[in-house]
Ligand binder design. Structure first.
Ligand SMILES: *Cc1c(COP(=O)(O)O)cnc(C)c1O
Length: 251
């Protein structure tokens, strides 16, 4: 093996390593989170980092566990069902963040500690039934569609308050807040508008004072837009590629 060394610092490689370690990537993200909080006078302790491990294997998840994480975001139940048995010793809290077909309610009730993509009553109904069978309850966030892109799922904003009222019929679903995905755009004004809309929807819904519904949490912001989301009030950013690297398999 040939190693080129740095002439000023013998023994130190001349080339910087191409990939930084996961620990370095996470500490860079945390520094950017803190800077975004500072710009708007928020306490960094108000914002949680949720690693999104979809498409990454159990080894990558173990690496993140060693750095202190216990919750992991996944968007396909099939993938959770594959990974969970390999990580049984880790006490992971699986957080489901992707659009769900109603026939996946059984897997959610079995594996998930939390669902951030609740967007319709038939799914709530199916989850309630399955959770009662399992004797469990889970935290849920209601996913709201704040962008006009056809591909984005979520509840239409106008339907939010009636939907939250209906959710009080499902005692196994503990409503904790709202989630959104911003428009995929290079225009920060358009992206920011999605996040500020979610915050305003939360304020409107809170004024309704719906029984059994707490809306403390706003899950918004991903690798490409989390700083804008934090400036607009996010309490939780969902970060995949900036932690684990770029995804080659389709997400
Ligand atoms: C994949 C995914 C993320 C993370 O995306 P990155 O750009 O890799 O950070 C966040 N939220 C949802 C709903 C996702 O599906």
């Amino acid at each position: 093996m040939s190693t080129s060394s740095n002439s000023e610092h013998p023994g130190v490689p001349a080339q910087p390593t191409l990939t930084s370690s996961m620990a370095q990537r996470i500490s860079q993200i945390q520094a950017r989170m803190a800077a975004a909080c500072a710009r708007v006078g928020r306490d960094p302790a108000e914002v949680t980092l949720l690693p999104v491990s979809k498409t990454f294997d159990a080894g990558a998840i173990r690496e993140a566990i060693a750095l202190g994480f216990t919750r992991f975001g996944e968007n396909r139940m099939q993938e959770v069902a594959q990974k969970a048995p390999l990580l049984e010793d880790c006490n992971i809290n699986w957080v489901v963040i992707g659009h769900l077909q109603t026939n996946k309610a059984k897997e959610v009730a079995r594996y998930a500690s939390e669902l951030q993509s609740l967007d319709r009553i038939d799914l709530a109904e199916a989850l309630e039934r399955r959770l009662q069978l399992e004797g469990r309850s889970i935290d849920v966030l209601v996913q709201v569609k704040t962008s006009t892109e056809e591909t984005k799922s979520g509840l239409e904003p106008a339907g939010l308050v009636p939907f939250l009222r209906q959710l009080s019929q499902y005692p196994s679903l503990r409503v904790k807040g709202l989630m959104t995905m911003a428009v995929l755009s290079d225009d920060p004004i358009a992206v920011r508008k999605c996040f500020s809309q979610l915050r305003q929807l939360r304020e409107q819904a809170q004024q309704e004072g719906i029984a059994g519904v707490s809306l403390e949490r706003l899950s918004m912001g991903m690798s490409g837009d989390f700083e804008l989301a934090i400036e607009e009030g996010s309490t939780e950013i969902r970060v995949g590629s900036a932690i684990f690297g770029s995804r080659t398999a389709p997400a």
